[in-house]
Design a protein around this ligand. Structure first.
Ligand code: PNS
Length: 171
C-alpha cells in the first residue's frame, strides 16, 4: 500500500479555451479540498484554439489570484507524467452530465493504468453551471449572443474583442 502523502497536490487539467464559470467553480471548491491545486493547460495546437496558451494563462491568472494555494501552468505530453513531475497524486475533473461520464471514465482508467499511484477525483459540476462548456460559450459569442454570467467579466471582454478582431479580418 502506498503511504498517504503529507500534503496532497492536485492537478486540474484542461483546455480552458476559455475558462468558464463552471471551471472557476471547480477551482474554488478544489482549492479548499487540496493543499495545492495546479491548473494545467494542455498545449495542443491541433485543437485550433481561439486563445493562445499564453492568453489562456493570463485569463486564468486574472481570475484565480485570490486563491493562495493555486498555480497555473501548461503541459505537453502525458498528463500523468506532468502530474508526477509536480509530485501530484490527484487529477481533478468535473462531471456536468451523464454524457461526460464515458469519456472521463476512459481517461481515468487509462491514467490509472499508466500511473497507478495517481487517483482521478471527480466533482459534480454546480447545477447552475452544468450546461456551460467553452465550446458553446465560443459559439454563442461568435453569433453575437450574450455570455454574461457564463464566463468571468475579463474573459467576456476578451471574447468580444477577439470576435471583433476576427470580423475585421473577414473571418
Ligand atoms: O478540457 P478538456 O479538453 O476536456 O481536457 C482534456 C485533457 C487535457 C484532460 C486531456 O486531453 C489530457 O489529459 N490530455 C493529455 C494527453 C494524455 O495524457 N493522454 C492520455 C490519457 S487519456
Amino acid at each position: 500500500m502506498l503511504p498517504k502523502p503529507s500534503s496532497v497536490i492536485a492537478i486540474y487539467p484542461g483546455s480552458f479555451d476559455p475558462i468558464t464559470n463552471g471551471h472557476l467553480d471547480l477551482i474554488e471548491r478544489g482549492s479548499r479540498m487540496f493543499d495545492k491545486l495546479i491548473v494545467s493547460i494542455l498545449r495542443n495546437d491541433s485543437k485550433q484554439p481561439l486563445f493562445s496558451v499564453e492568453e489562456r494563462t493570463e485569463m486564468l491568472l486574472e481570475v484565480v489570484k485570490v486563491y493562495p494555494n493555486l498555480e497555473v501552468d501548461s503541459f505537453n505530453g502525458l498528463l500523468v507524467d506532468h502530474a508526477a513531475a509536480h509530485g501530484a497524486t490527484v487529477l481533478l475533473r468535473g462531471i456536468r452530465a451523464i454524457s461526460d461520464y464515458e469519456y472521463e471514465l476512459q481517461m481515468a482508467l487509462m491514467n490509472r493504468r499508466l500511473r497507478p499511484g495517481i487517483e482521478t477525483v471527480f466533482m459534480m459540476a454546480n447545477e447552475a453551471y452544468s450546461f456551460i462548456s467553452s465550446r458553446l460559450v465560443k459559439e454563442v459569442a461568435r453569433l453575437g449572443g450574450n455570455v454574461t454570467g457564463l464566463v468571468p467579466p475579463t474573459v467576456e471582454e476578451r471574447l468580444q474583442r477577439r470576435m471583433r478582431e476576427s470580423k475585421c479580418k473577414g473571418a
